[in-house]
Design a protein around this ligand. Structure first.
Ligand SMILES: [Zn+2]
Length: 714
């Protein structure tokens, strides 16, 4: 690359912050590890706030009606000192802290997913006649959803006075509260200290992850099975936990302290220490590996069993089961990797002598732990692209982790996949519909429906054209690791990026994607015949496509309760293109994969009638804005299809079927998936869950679901 020594853009902006939260800076044993320097991707146009490309910090405190002065991170004194120094009393530092942690989280996602992340678009329900033609999803109900690009997530560091923090999908905002501490015991913490949730790395990373996940799958806030909301919580905790391990000083300190045994009590496996104590607990709010016994005040390891997954329903607690499964997988991979080091250090006995570990050994163990943690974090994030777009369960997630990993890394010599399978099994988490718990059966099968090959080949050529435009839009921008993937795949020396504005790259990607989905007549460029229309033209009435996707593409869609759409003057079943994404990933051996991930969603109206022991399932054509009841609801089906751009083939179709796939023999006899309909009906009628819904999501549909809180209040 052309290097200009005088004005080379720095890769990072260094910003000081807490590794955990302020409480650790007040304790003599942890004070020196808690102040760390976050390396945040450099943003040229960072405005006071900070307001950058991805986020916008707005420091208004409505409880006192006051705006705090926004920090200017480009101030030369601040720049020269790696940002403001950590301080509980300086609101400008609070702004810097939320910016640093949110951007760190975003960067981790972009690295794993191989693309820039986009926030969930704003959906606006409008009357058909007045809507602009370009942005709509068609239907016959007289209403249409119009979408609007969301450039920045808003972050309010002092949003309210309460012991909580939220992501609001409607406001596209993170809201952080503050409160006076109420410790269970004055020796743990000074009572009435002001606690700011916006100063906790874990809480910021957790809430940012909610927002990122909502941008990928907005239907994951639909509470359609006991795992859905729990998955949101668990995933947010997993990202916060494993991000800890990217801080080398903390890692070395904790490894020295635990003598390398990370399954004993340590800071790395814990979430929100200060918050946990301040609301009257005896330790961190959540821990992946253990807990403080409220009677004896002693730390105890958690012993996994299969009962919890059967009985616990509150989302954070249920999510903790998944978090501990992932953490245990991490621990067993780590122990495997350090076994030889321990043998060397102990002349073969494996038993460490009394006293402190040699600093060289600490460094080696820390380097292994950080490597494994990085891998596990990337595996967990990457798996997201291999999940169905609706109705996910923990078992589906396990399959996604295994498939995504096998896809990128063929040789699993370190047994990472087995470690995951084992720790999920210990908690009784099994995917539905597989015959054994082996890597082979957990991996989603590669598509072998050859009848559609030629059709998919045409479609994939179209998708390749799409990827070309996305890569072009993205290569205009040189910030972030994920984008480096594209740089590396071309001859670096031939790209001259000087003078190219990096503004609005993500907006360009959003616009190009929308054009490719709904089609567009363009001046100066060739017209795009949209993907939505192409799928109609190619697959309407194709029984193989129904079987592959589990969605109604046959001729009897209205009997199945699916609304009609008019495309090119003819009627067909309506469906949504939920998302269309390009992913460019690089494996550990440098192997590259370019894939298109396409998700489709379809809804059918279901009415369940019970009389005595008899249950009848009928279908009806739903209308937008329908108020769901316990007996009448929309069954949502969806499929995530992964296309390989090099072979032009459809590789995987990961489906939550709307129709009963076994029932398809020809064009007209597909039946609704009664099994899924009944499962959802039974779940909606479970009283325990309903009280949670009554509190948090009265309409059940995501348009009325408002917040993801850090803590659930009863
Ligand atoms: Zn949460």
């Amino acid at each position: 690359m052309k290097q200009n020594l005088n004005n080379t853009k720095p890769p990072f902006r260094k910003l000081r912050g807490y590794a955990f939260d302020p409480s650790l800076s007040n304790r003599i044993d942890t004070a020196f590890i808690n102040d760390i320097v976050y390396k945040v991707i450099w943003e040229d146009d960072l405005k006071d706030g900070p307001i950058g490309d991805y986020i916008e910090v707005i420091d208004y405190d409505p409880t006192i009606g006051k705006f705090f002065k926004p920090v200017n991170l480009n101030d030369s004194y601040i720049l020269a000192q790696d940002g403001l120094s950590p301080s509980e009393s300086n609101p400008q530092f609070h702004q810097q802290m939320v910016y640093a942690v949110a951007m760190t989280t975003i960067k981790n996602f972009e690295k794993a997913l191989g693309r820039p992340i986009l926030w969930n678009q704003r959906k606006i329900l409008v009357k058909s006649k007045t809507s602009k033609k370009k942005k709509e999803q068609s239907s016959e109900s007289g209403y249409k959803y119009s979408t609007e690009y969301v450039q920045r997530l808003r972050i309010y560091p002092h949003a309210f006075r309460d012991a909580n923090a939220y992501y609001s999908p409607q406001k596209k905002s993170l809201l952080f509260g503050y409160f006076s501490s109420r410790p269970a015991d004055p020796t743990i913490q000074m009572p009435d200290t002001l606690i700011f949730t916006c100063l906790s790395h874990d809480i910021i990373a957790h809430e940012t992850t909610h927002a990122i996940l909502d941008g990928i799958y907005d239907r994951y806030s639909d509470d359609t099975n006991p795992d859905m909301l729990a998955f949101h919580e668990a995933f947010a905790d997993i990202v916060a936990l494993f991000q800890h391990f990217t801080f080398p000083e903390v890692l070395k300190h904790q490894i020295a302290k635990t003598k390398g045994d990370l399954s004993s009590q340590n800071l790395l496996g814990e979430l929100a220490q200060e918050f946990g104590s301040a609301i009257g607990g005896y330790g961190a709010l959540r821990s992946a590996i253990g807990y403080i016994d409220p009677v004896t005040k002693q730390w105890r390891p958690k012993i996994p069993n299969g009962d919890e997954y059967q009985t616990i329903t509150e989302p954070h607690h249920r999510g903790a089961i998944l978090v501990s499964a992932v953490f245990e997988a991490f621990l067993s991979i780590y122990s495997n990797r350090i076994a030889d080091l321990l043998r060397i250090a102990t002349s073969g006995s494996g038993i460490l002598p009394e006293g402190e570990l040699h600093p060289d050994l600490v460094n080696r163990l820390a380097s292994e732990a950080s490597k494994v943690a990085g891998h596990v974090l990337q595996m967990c994030i990457r798996a997201i692209d291999f999940c169905p777009p609706v109705d996910i369960t923990f078992g589906d997630y396990l399959r996604a982790i295994i498939t995504a990993d096998a896809e990128l890394i063929s040789d699993d010599s370190r047994n990472y996949r087995l470690a995951f399978i084992d720790s999920f099994r210990k908690r009784g988490i099994y995917p539905e519909g597989i015959k054994s718990l082996s890597v082979e059966s957990l991996c989603y099968p590669e598509n072998n429906e050859r009848n559609l090959d030629s059709t998919f080949s045409i479609l994939t050529k179209f998708l390749r054209q799409f990827s070309g435009e996305i890569i072009y839009a993205d290569s205009q921008d040189y910030i972030g690791d994920a984008r480096k993937v594209y740089q590396d795949s071309t001859d670096n020396s031939s790209i001259d990026i000087s003078g190219v504005s990096n503004q609005n790259t993500r907006e360009n990607i959003f616009n190009i994607t929308r054009d490719y989905i709904i089609g567009r007549y363009r001046t100066g460029k060739s017209d795009i015949n949209g993907l939505h229309r192409r799928i109609y033209q190619k697959f309407e009435g194709a029984p193989e496509f129904q079987k592959l996707t589990g969605l109604a593409f046959g001729r009897n869609w209205e009997d199945l309760g699916v609304t009609s759409s008019i495309i090119d003057g003819s009627r067909g079943p309506s469906f949504w293109i939920h998302s269309l994404k390009l992913s460019s990933r690089v494996g550990p051996t440098g192997s590259k994969s370019n894939q298109i991930i396409l998700s489709l969603i379809q809804e059918a109206g279901i009415e369940v009638k019970t009389s005595g022991s008899e249950t009848m399932i009928n279908t009806f054509i739903p209308k937008i804005g329908l108020n769901e009841t316990k007996n009448k609801f929309n069954l949502v089906g969806g499929v995530t299809m992964i296309f390989d751009l090099d072979t032009l083939k459809l590789k995987y179709a990961i489906s939550k079927p709307l129709i009963d796939i076994q029932s398809i023999k020809n064009y007209e006899d597909a039946k609704i998936n009664e099994k899924r309909a009944l499962q959802i009906f039974q779940y909606y009628n479970n009283s325990q869950v309903s009280s949670f819904q009554a509190h948090f999501c009265p309409g059940r549909h995501n348009s009325t679901f408002e917040t993801f809180s850090f803590l659930h209040h009863h």
